[in-house]
Ligand binder design. Structure first.
Ligand code: GLA
Length: 379
């Protein structure tokens, strides 16, 4: 059964009637550009072929009921004056409803199903937010553009869930295209499509999920963001986007060592995103290997968001013949990606499993993702 039908059936089983519609939104993998989004910089993610499905119907009272395929029972919430709190996963959909509450004249029934792995750095949360935001937008005819819906998803995450994340994940989930990555300028919020052309070269993007789970509402992500803000303040700019490699020397003399290294990661990472786009547009994908390597090293040593499992995943992928590999997403767990010849995949999977056992790590999970379309109505 496809996931649209499965979600419709799940809704019917939970609530005893058929939903008005089903909307879906993809998770994302970030090719390159990590922690640059909240510094108004560049990112290059793509939507993946793993999605969250939201089946929804309006109600005629102010109650919200949410059921899912991955939890027991339903969560009930009265849409009113009180902000939702302490509701774990339900804060993602409820957060979106809270942000657009002025446009809602009633509650709704919602059933969620998803095949986006949770905690793997593939934005399962943005997939929930974006599928729900699009559903509310259509059902209530709120007339928000996809860009505005991405901002609504981000506000839900920042203000209600309490994770101080940037705009990359929701923009990718809303605006992704098949077979292409999305270059996002996080200052202007303009997006451009960058063709990947992997298929023609027998290449795939493999995800190596370390299965070390993480949450961005925990302290590590916030402290990186704080360090960037501190760096910008001392450097006298409104965001690190305004600095380039020529400013590194001045930054070194003005900033303490830790802040300097955080700032250096952002400045150099912005350049790496643009260099990756240039290589892809020139049809020279082999050139991204050293760029990804420098990105990973910068995240490991300067930004300090990698973990030994991610370093081992990247090292193993490169040894197996991947043309490029780096950790993806916010860090502190989650996944690495590797751009690799399709024929080398079985070898990659075996090598990763063996290396993780040898290092005494938990089991890693290797699978491929392909670039897929952004949020859409399915039925
Ligand atoms: C998480 C956040 C994004 C971004 C990345 C790091 O995925 O949600 O906004 O900051 O981490 O690049």
């Amino acid at each position: 059964m496809n996931l649209t039908k499965q979600t419709t059936a799940g809704f019917e089983k939970q609530f005893g009637y058929l939903p008005t519609g089903v909307w879906s939104a993809p998770g994302r993998a970030n090719l390159i550009g990590e922690h640059t989004d909240y510094n108004n910089g560049f990112v290059l993610p793509f939507g993946i072929d793993k999605r969250t499905y939201a089946a929804m119907s309006k109600r005629d009272d102010s109650l919200i009921r949410i059921g899912t395929s991955f939890t027991e029972g339903i969560v009930e919430f009265e849409l009113g004056e009180t902000e939702p709190q302490d509701l774990d996963w339900a804060l993602y959909p409820l957060g979106v409803a809270w942000v657009v509450r002025a446009g809602l004249d009633a509650g709704f029934d919602l059933y969620l199903d998803s095949n986006v792995p949770i905690g793997a750095g593939l934005s399962s949360s943005a997939a929930v937010e974006c599928s729900v935001a699009l559903a509310l937008n259509d059902l209530w005819d709120l007339r928000h553009s996809k860009q505005e819906l991405a901002l609504i998803g981000q506000r839900a995450e920042n203000e209600v869930v309490g994770a101080p994340t940037g705009i990359m994940d929701q923009t990718a989930s809303m605006l992704a295209s098949t077979d292409a990555a999305v270059l996002i300028d996080c200052l202007s919020l303009e997006t451009e499509t960058v063709e990947l052309g992997l298929e023609a070269q027998n290449l795939v993007v493999a995800v190596i999920d370390t299965q070390v789970s993480h949450r961005h509402s925990d302290g590590g992500y916030r402290s990186r963001r704080d360090a960037c803000e501190k760096g910008a303040l001392i450097m006298g700019v409104s965001s690190l986007r305004e600095l380039g490699q020529l400013d590194l020397e001045a930054a070194k003399s003005k900033l303490d060592d830790l802040t300097y290294r955080r700032v250096r990661h952002i400045i150099t990472e912005n350049d790496r995103v643009l260099a990756t786009v240039a290589a892809l547009r020139a049809g020279r994908i082999e050139k991204i290997g050293p760029i990804f390597e420098a990105s990973h090293v910068s995240m490991r040593d300067d930004f300090e968001i990698s973990i030994p499992e991610l370093d081992l995943a990247v090292e193993t992928a490169l040894k197996t013949g991947a043309i490029a590999s780096r950790m993806t997403g916010g860090g502190f767990g989650g996944a690495a990606i590797a751009v690799i010849d399709k024929d080398l995949l079985p070898g990659l999977e075996m090598a990763v499993k063996a290396a993780f056992i040898k290092a005494g790590f938990g089991a890693a999970n290797v699978f491929t993702v392909s670039a897929s379309a952004g949020a859409t109505r399915e039925s």
